[in-house]
Design a protein around this ligand. Structure first.
Ligand code: ATP
Ligand code: MG
Length: 243
């Protein structure tokens, strides 16, 4: 699905040069659920932005669905991003004055999809995250967890092959975090969507089948999980403890 070969990213600010990524090699197969962990400043967001074609490596090769990304021009890069990638961010990035449904329709407006199909797709995406009933609400009328589910619906509406999430549970309590992990696991298992998430928290990372530990712009180690945490089982267990 995607492959990174000796990816480096240097930032130059005035006289100071920072090597945010120092030669990253790994691949993600279709249907993988990968978590990227590491301390603050280790290069997690830099790596995710490169994977998501929001940024380009300074050196190295990146192949996404048979496309050599480092060789593409800006408009082709944007096409590839639209075709394959759905983004989810820590702070949701919803437009506050728009309803949940209008937020979810937004990527389709940019693609010139007509109103009727847009509505159908947005409602379907909101139903997929359990928010069909809340589609007329604006973000301030939704909880943090619900806002993140709207953001996931917005990522889903363009039928992405890969969902990329940067600290998707960073602003959420543990209950809402489990709900988000449950949605990712269902999309991954039932729809075969590849998930790559960045997280600080090990128990969130363990919902994926592989954990990539970054340290100082390098892969420190890769952990393969035989039995990832199951979000639904975790929710049932937590409900039992609260009785
Ligand atoms: N636009 C930029 N210009 C200059 N340096 C940058 C830029 N973006 C990131 N860096 C530097 O690159 C390094 C990696 O940053 P990155 O944001 O990828 O870390 P991170 O692992 O996502 O951290 P956090 O957990 O705090 O989000 C840091 O040293 C950071 O200061
Ligand atoms: Mg970051």
């Amino acid at each position: 699905m995607l492959e990174l070969k000796n990816i480096k990213r240097h930032y130059k600010t005035g006289q100071v040069s920072v090597s945010a990524l120092k030669g990253i090699d790994f691949h993600v197969d279709k249907g993988d659920f990968v978590s990227i962990m590491g301390p603050s400043g280790s290069g997690k967001s830099t790596l995710l932005n490169i994977i998501g074609c929001l940024d380009r490596p300074s050196e190295g090769e990146y192949i996404l669905a048979d496309n050599h990304v480092e060789k593409l021009g800006d408009s082709r890069l944007a096409d590839i991003r639209n075709q394959f990638i759905g983004f989810v961010f820590q702070s949701f990035h919803l437009l506050p004055e728009l309803t949940a449904q209008a937020n979810v329709e937004l990527p389709l407006i940019y693609r010139g999809v007509g109103g009727k199909i847009r509505k159908e797709k947005a409602v379907k995406a909101l139903e997929a995250v359990g928010l069909g009933e809340r589609r007329k609400h604006v973000p301030s009328q939704l909880s943090g967890g619900e806002q993140q589910r709207v953001a996931i619906a917005r990522a889903l509406v363009g039928d992405p092959t890969v969902i990329l999430a940067d600290e998707p549970t960073g602003a959420l309590d543990s209950r809402s975090s489990r709900v988000i992990m449950g949605i990712f696991q269902r999309l991954n298992r039932e729809k075969g969507i590849t998930v790559v998430q960045v997280t600080h928290e090990y128990n969130i990372a363990c919902h994926g089948n592989r954990v990539i530990h970054l340290l100082d712009g390098e892969i420190e180690r890769v952990e393969t999980l035989e039995k990832p945490i199951d979000a639904v089982e975790a929710e049932v267990a937590a409900a039992g403890e609260n009785k």
